[in-house]
Design a protein around this ligand. Structure first.
Ligand SMILES: Cc1ncc(COP(=O)(O)O)c(C=O)c1O
Length: 388
């Protein structure tokens, strides 16, 4: 069995077996207690900061409703995400509309719901609906300690305005009749080195002489699961105070990753140059290993004396369809259950219908019961929009 260095699985093995038996595999299972605990950790670290959940991490309506009931707002980056926010009753103070290439429909939906917009480039000042509330996203142009695809605050990333442009964009917003609430910074996801936040916040603070005081400083998200939240919070509050601003934050992954487990059954084994354990989930259910080289902790839910090193391979006809590499497991046999941990963020939300695979069911473990959050799609649902 190979576990994360920091975490034990949130679910007891008997819960995992029960969920897989009841709903089949592949299956996403979320632990309600861990969802609540993660929000509790954020709240206790960040105190009075306003929390906006970056919905892209996992947009399931059950999760959104739980977060909304706990007073959390939403950061949305597409018309579909804005529609989800509306579906759960968010709007006004509880809605941020972000994205580097917003469509007319997204501006209109955001305006209708009274959202605050995050301006990503100067041209947007002229595209915003009249009298919008807006933050200006700043790119601090740093080397960010994460996978290149997850770095959004590097000089070569497509996000935000430059530090030099930011004061003028705030001023242009005011002149155009908008409410320029303040600055926004989000440097990337799954950031390994806390110094990156320190550096980004310091670059923002340097803008104070040019911007004057501001109402809001949005410090984004991107915290690793083992991040020192109190430390990041202290620094975020310090830069907010430089501007005399309220602090907003936008965690995604931190709020949902650890609560989620992907359950998959062993289909068989194969020995080529490597030892492969073949399972019924793959890149269509969990893309992160293939997309970002992400390493998810894996645990075997079967016993066995002999342990060997395996690569966990999915069913897709793609060589890159590996969920984990070099994991030590007891000898697997067909039907055994494997748990892939820290899969609650960017797991189900990134799952796809490639190969006409049905996206998996999602289930919540709460109060000793399993509650369906999303049923498994049928093939007919997958091709329904093609029946034209
Ligand atoms: C603007 C913005 N805010 C917040 C997030 C959430 O990041 P994470 O899930 O790493 O906390 C993202 C993710 O990419 C983002 O782009």
């Amino acid at each position: 069995m190979s576990l994360s260095p920091t975490d034990t699985p949130q679910h007891a093995p008997e819960h995992l077996h029960r969920a897989a038996a009841q709903y089949g595999t592949p299956l996403y299972l979320y632990d309600a207690a861990e969802l609540d605990a993660a929000l509790g950790r954020v709240r206790s670290a960040f105190g009075a900061a306003r929390v906006y959940y970056a919905m892209k991490a996992n947009p399931n309506l059950t999760l959104l409703r739980r977060l909304q009931a706990a007073g959390v707002g939403f950061e949305c980056v597409s018309a579909g995400e804005i529609a989800r926010a509306e579906r759960v009753g968010a709007g006004g103070e509880t809605l941020l509309v972000n994205g580097p290439a917003k469509s007319d429909a997204e501006y209109a939906a955001g305006a209708r719901l009274g959202a605050t917009f995050i301006v990503d480039r100067a041209e947007e000042v002229g595209l915003l609906p009249p009298h919008s509330r807006a933050l200006v996203r700043v790119n601090p142009a740093l080397d960010i300690s994460t996978h290149d695809h997850l770095a959004t605050g590097a000089a070569h990333s497509k996000f935000g305005v430059t530090l030099a442009q930011a004061p003028a964009v705030l001023q242009a917003l005011r002149e155009a009749g908008h409410t320029a609430l303040g600055l926004h910074v989000h440097i990337g996801s799954a950031i390994r080195n806390a110094q990156d936040f320190t550096a980004a916040f310091a670059r923002l603070a340097d803008l104070r002489a040019e911007t004057g005081p501001l109402a809001v400083l949005d410090a984004g998200g991107g915290w690793g699961l083992n991040a020192d939240l109190p430390g990041i919070a202290r620094e975020a509050w310090a830069v907010a105070e430089v501007f005399g601003a309220d602090l907003w934050v936008e965690p995604g992954r931190y709020l949902v990753a650890q609560a989620g487990t992907l359950l998959t059954r062993v289909v068989g084994t194969k020995h080529t140059g490597r030892n492969f354990v073949l399972v019924d989930a793959g890149m269509t259910e969990l893309l992160r290993p293939m997309l970002y080289g992400a390493a998810h902790p894996v645990s075997a839910l079967w016993e066995g004396a002999e342990e060997t090193v395996w690569d966990v391979a999915g069913p897709a006809c793609e060589s890159g369809d590996l969920l984990a590499r070099d994991v030590t497991l007891p000898t697997p046999k067909r039907g055994d259950l494997l748990a892939i941990h820290e899969a609650g963020a960017y797991g189900a939300g990134m799952s796809s219908n490639y190969l006409t695979r049905s996206r998996p069911a999602e289930v919540l473990w709460e109060g000793g019961e399993l509650k369906l959050m999303r049923r498994r799609e049928t093939p007919e649902e997958v091709w329904a929009a093609e029946e034209v």
